[in-house]
Write a new protein. Structure first.
Length: 296
């Protein structure tokens, strides 16, 4: 039994004769008659009672007609679903984003544009630090990530540079520096710093320390926070000052003053999009294409 035969069968039933059905499906009458006989042979019973004015369904024919309509509808729906999946118009996409960059306008624009263009995709966004993102990308539990990398070459991953971030100083509004900003890192040597853990974002951490070593600056760390949002909340509480990505200022926090220092502006912090190079998921490749369009 073939879908083509079912389509012919439905046409015969709905037109009431082989001759009318042949015109409807654009198949010669002898060929259509042969297909109906093959269908009857396949199901093992007669489907039609033939008479001078056309055909009349048997009990088996009426049962097959109902089933044929259902099967043909399901085939159309299945083809539509598969086409949508194959073109990335449906499915699921998981994206990791560093906590700092969730509010960056370019990243927000990328997410908004993807949702608008591909509303049928279940778009999952996970606020994750760079280290956990890398782990999940390599495990295959994350489709793509926006994170800090040291360069384009990362085993098993394809990458796209999104932007070059830099560093910025964050101080409590109650701090004397809020009114008299420091002009250099040297003025901060005796300050209490709130710092992050290397495991959270090794690339970011190492690039920052390497930059400070070149400047012969060693911050006095007295507090640690799990991520930049936590660090900034500790700064706002007056527990110390912090050096964070400049993107942090895209989401102002009460009680904090952000300040630029020339020595921090020169520390490049490249932000990348990364995904498994072996992935052939259409929904993912649509996102990559949108990155080129929106952020390129």
């Amino acid at each position: 039994m073939e879908f083509r035969q079912l389509e012919y069968f439905v046409a015969v039933v709905e037109t009431g004769s082989i001759s009318a059905a042949s015109r409807r499906v654009h198949v010669a009458q002898p060929a259509l008659t042969r297909q109906m006989r093959l269908l009857e042979d396949d199901v093992g019973t007669r489907l039609f009672e033939r008479h001078a004015r056309g055909v009349r369904l048997t009990v088996a024919g009426r049962a097959l007609y109902d089933e044929a309509l259902s099967l043909l509808d399901e085939r159309v729906q299945l083809k539509a679903r598969l086409t949508a999946l194959g073109s990335g118009l449906s499915g699921k996409l998981s994206l990791g984003i560093t906590v700092t960059h969730l509010w960056v306008p370019e990243v927000a624009q990328l997410m908004g544009s993807y949702r608008t263009r591909y509303p049928g995709v279940a778009f999952e966004v996970f606020p994750l630090l760079s280290g956990p993102q890398l782990d999940r990308l390599r495990e295959g539990t994350l489709d793509a990530g926006i994170l800090y990398l040291d360069g384009p070459d990362s085993p098993g991953l394809a990458t796209r540079l999104l932007q070059n971030d830099h560093l910025i100083l964050a101080v409590p509004e109650s701090s004397p520096w809020a009114c008299r900003p420091p002009s250099s890192l040297e003025e901060l040597e005796d300050a209490d710093f709130v710092w992050g853990f290397r495991s959270a974002s090794p690339v970011y951490y190492d690039r920052m320390l390497a930059h400070f070593e070149r400047l012969d600056f060693s911050p006095r760390v007295v507090q640690y926070g799990a991520d930049n949002i936590t660090i900034l909340s500790m700064v706002a509480a007056g527990l110390g000052i912090a050096i964070v990505p400049a993107a942090s200022s895209a989401h102002p926090m009460p009680g904090i003053r952000f300040m630029h220092l020339p020595e921090l502006d020169t520390c490049d912090m490249p932000l990348w999009m990364a995904w498994r190079s072996a992935s052939d998921a259409p929904a993912l490749h649509n996102l990559i294409g949108l990155v080129d369009e929106v952020l390129g």
